[in-house]
Design a protein around this ligand. Structure first.
Ligand code: PEP
Ligand code: CO
Length: 452
């Protein structure tokens, strides 16, 4: 039996990645102001997502989660938001085609503003300052003022998340459904791919399927299938999450209404720590990232604490090992969770275990390693009798040059051309679409083998 929970019970537990605010009074006033604002999402949307995630765990849907490593306040712009939404919708179409399952689209945005960091401080030319922690906390410039945590950013972040979500809801209501017609997509990169013929063939077949379905039903796709879209972010800043955690009429339980789907990062998933304490008590579906340091016992513990009722859709385990380690690390975790009989949706983040630094110190990721981890993940789950029910990407809808490889064969020399990420390197528009094509093909082959 776990001790009782309240929205502030996390304060009694040891906390990692906490933020030091010089002005505690200003923090308290800001949190109060934040708690008075209307929520960003509603409890019925949250419950719908939980139901869909339960369906994904049963193999009836597939989860696609993606967006920036770290949203910045400056990137709260209509063009960037629209392009991110477009790439996720296109990937969703491709994955639906390959998996024969409806895809749940979850943006890693509209609130992905706080970052955990390996080191609390950064030193440049003998000067040491607090690390950049994301715009919810401080600013990126290397000055003492910019790096000081300021509570007003909590409000600014909440407002930008609201603006982002408002724009997304407007775009979707206004008929972004056309994104489901591949003949309208920018597919220039396909010409550069070694696989060019295979990609064109998939696109042609996909376009034909959409036309066939519309002909059968006698209506345009957007008229009968409303796009649903959900948001997610790492629930790192517990004061921020707590300020918008509330009870709502006619439902039991507490909802964190800053987002539909918060997740706990790999650095803050200590079963005895503050983050797990906070997230065990809310009714949202929650994710937990697990990396190479997670033991089978620890994961079973986390399942018991975060989902004691074994509620389907409540817990998504997002594994992120790196292509070189997945074969070793994943099977013992799957085995332990199977033995414990815990309900889990398994999702693979192929980004965070595959980050490398170039000789000149630029962080990048290799397209082939990312694809490699996903390919291994599908195979290992199939072998173990579990199901990979989702994927988690860091991506953008722009033509940035942050990850190497892909159809255009980006190399280290290209990275300086358009590297814009504040923290981790993202797949660009073309790399993201190509990744979706490649995993759709893998899923469709597995469907052909009669395995889900
Ligand atoms: C992230 O998702 O940006 C992140 C920090 O991941 P992880 O917690 O898996 O390291
Ligand atoms: Co990241």
């Amino acid at each position: 039996m776990l001790p009782s929970w309240s929205p502030i019970s996390w304060k009694e537990k040891p906390i990692r990645q906490s933020v030091a605010y010089p002005d505690q009074q200003a923090l308290a006033a800001t949190l109060h102001a934040l708690s008075q604002l209307p929520p960003l999402v509603t409890s019925w949307e949250v419950e719908n997502l939980k139901r869909e995630l339960a369906e994904a765990a049963r193999g009836e849907r597939f989860l696609l989660q993606g967006g920036d490593c770290c949203e910045s306040f400056a990137s709260c712009r209509s063009d960037l938001i629209a392009n991110k939404l477009k790439i996720l919708l296109k990937m969703g179409v491709v994955l639906t085609y390959g998996s024969h399952r409806r895809v749940i689209r979850v943006g890693r945005f509209a609130g992905q503003y706080a970052k955990p960091r390996s080191a609390d401080t950064e030193t440049r030319d003998g000067v040491t300052l607090p690390s950049f922690r994301g715009n919810l906390i401080n600013c990126r410039e290397f000055t003492p003022e910019a790096r000081t945590a300021h509570p007003v950013f909590l409000l600014r972040g909440y407002e930008r998340a609201a603006m982002t979500l408002n724009f997304i809801r407007g775009l979707i209501d206004g008929g972004f459904a056309d994104m489901r017609h591949p003949e309208l997509w920018d597919l220039d990169f396909v010409n550069h791919a070694v696989e060019s013929r295979g990609y064109r063939e998939m696109m042609r077949a996909l376009g034909e399927s959409v036309t066939f379905m519309e002909t059968m039903i006698g209506r345009r796709i957007g008229e009968f299938d409303r796009v649903e879209f959900f948001t997610s972010h790492e629930g790192l800043h517990l004061d921020y999450e707590q300020a918008q955690t509330r009870q709502v009429p006619r439902r039991t339980g507490w909802y964190d209404l800053t987002t539909h789907f918060p997740w706990i990062g790999d650095r803050t998933r200590d079963p005895g720590g503050a983050h797990v304490e906070f997230f065990r008590g809310i009714a949202n579906p929650v994710g937990v990232k697990v990396g190479p340091s997670c033991t089978p016992e620890e994961l079973v513990d986390l399942c018991g604490i975060l989902n004691p009722e074994n509620e389907p859709g409540r817990l998504t385990v997002i594994h992120r090992f790196g292509a070189g380690r997945l074969e070793d690390r994943l099977p013992p975790l799957l085995d332990a969770v199977l033995r414990a009989g815990a309900e889990v949706l398994w999702c693979c983040d192929p980004m965070h275990g595959n980050t490398i630094s170039t000789a000149s110190g630029v962080k990048t990721r290799d397209f082939d390693e990312i694809l490699g981890e996903l390919t291994q993940a599908f195979a290992v789950h199939q072998r173990m009798g579990t199901r990979l029910g989702g994927v988690h990407f860091e991506l953008t809808g722009e033509n940035v040059t942050e990850c190497i490889g892909g159809a255009r064969g980006l190399t280290e020399a290209d990275l300086s051309r358009a590297y814009e990420s504040d923290v981790d390197p993202r797949l660009n528009y073309e790399q993201a679409l190509e990744m979706a094509l490649l995993i759709a093909r893998q899923m469709s082959l597995r469907n052909g083998q009669g395995a889900g």
